[in-house]
Write a new protein. Structure first.
Length: 303
């Protein structure tokens, strides 16, 4: 049986994922919970981590590499930022040690853009590491969907600039806290692909009309009928179409877009790109972050 070499942790705002990994990169144990930064801040980061380490029987000598919101100002230990243009290699070099711990625990920094379009990322830099590596060639445009989607322009292994779009958070707010909550009330799991695709195209081609397009979800339902599921897909398609219009405002690289996503988000964004005739290649988000953490462990501890 393989022997564990290190522990990798992706610690988000509301989620916690831990992997026990051997020298070959094989996952020997795994833990998931909703004990993200918000919950761990109340209980104690060290206590939360130790409970999961105990659950996978991690030896006390095993080092731990962490990315994500555990390194935020409100997190366990602030890990700061690498400023753009940010070589991904610099992220590995500036990992912060958590003081006062029996084992060696490091937290990776985020990346900051401090020009006239200020922006920050934390956790996505590790996904970029895993998705593209340190030796990527040429220009790459990366789309990383989520509650706060990131669009990252890279040259080789350097993050030149990036922009955050609050698409996921806006979807939650619009569908729950506005008049459109009536339109989606009782929506089931059925997917209306045609409604989604038409909404993507409308918002992508006419982003200035997004607020009007969103209201049409309700007015169209009242006047012409339609299911709650179709209304949900129209809201989703409108907001994703708006995001694509902003993210693709510059010239699209000849190689197309690198999409780092998993699950339903991967399906939706793949469909949105197909609908707008944009070429994409997809890398699983979880695979990318785990691979990035493994690269960090190799750089820090030579494991």
């Amino acid at each position: 049986m393989s022997e564990a070499a290190y522990v990798a942790v992706d610690w988000g705002t509301s989620s916690f994922r831990l992997w026990l990994i051997d020298r070959a990169g094989k996952v020997l144990g795994e833990r998931r919970s909703d004990e993200g930064m918000m919950a761990a801040g109340k209980v104690g980061f060290a206590a939360v981590l130790q409970s999961h380490l105990d659950a996978v029987s991690a030896a006390r000598s095993l080092p731990v590499i962490i990315c994500g919101m555990a390194g935020a100002r409100q997190g366990w230990v602030e890990a700061g930022y690498v400023d753009t243009p940010a070589p991904l290699a610099s992220v590995l070099k500036q990992a912060v040690t958590v003081p006062g711990q029996e084992r060696d625990i490091r937290i990776l920094p985020g990346i900051a853009r401090r020009d006239k379009a200020p922006d920050v990322m934390r956790g996505e830099e590790t996904q970029l590491l895993g998705a593209l590596g340190l030796d990527a060639a040429g220009d790459t445009l990366v789309c990383m969907p989520g509650t706060h989607s990131k669009w990252v322009s890279m040259h080789g292994g350097t993050v030149e600039r990036f922009a955050t779009f609050m698409t996921g958070e806006l979807f939650g707010a619009v569908s729950r806290e506005t008049i459109l909550s009536h339109a989606v009330a009782g929506a089931d799991e059925a997917q209306d692909v045609d409604a989604f695709k038409s909404a993507v195209i409308d918002a992508f081609q006419r982003p200035a009309l997004t607020a009007n397009l969103l209201f049409q979800v309700r007015s169209g339902q009242l006047l012409h009928g339609g299911t709650a599921s179709a209304a949900r897909e129209k809201i989703s398609g409108t907001l994703i179409g708006l995001e694509l219009a902003g993210g693709l405002a510059g010239e699209v690289p000849k190689a197309g877009i690198t999409l780092v996503a998993s699950g339903r988000l991967q399906t939706l964004y793949q469909l949105a790109f197909d609908t707008t005739a944009i070429s994409v290649r997809t890398i699983g988000a979880e695979e990318a972050v785990r691979r990035g953490l493994s690269m960090a462990a190799a750089a820090i501890w030579s494991v």
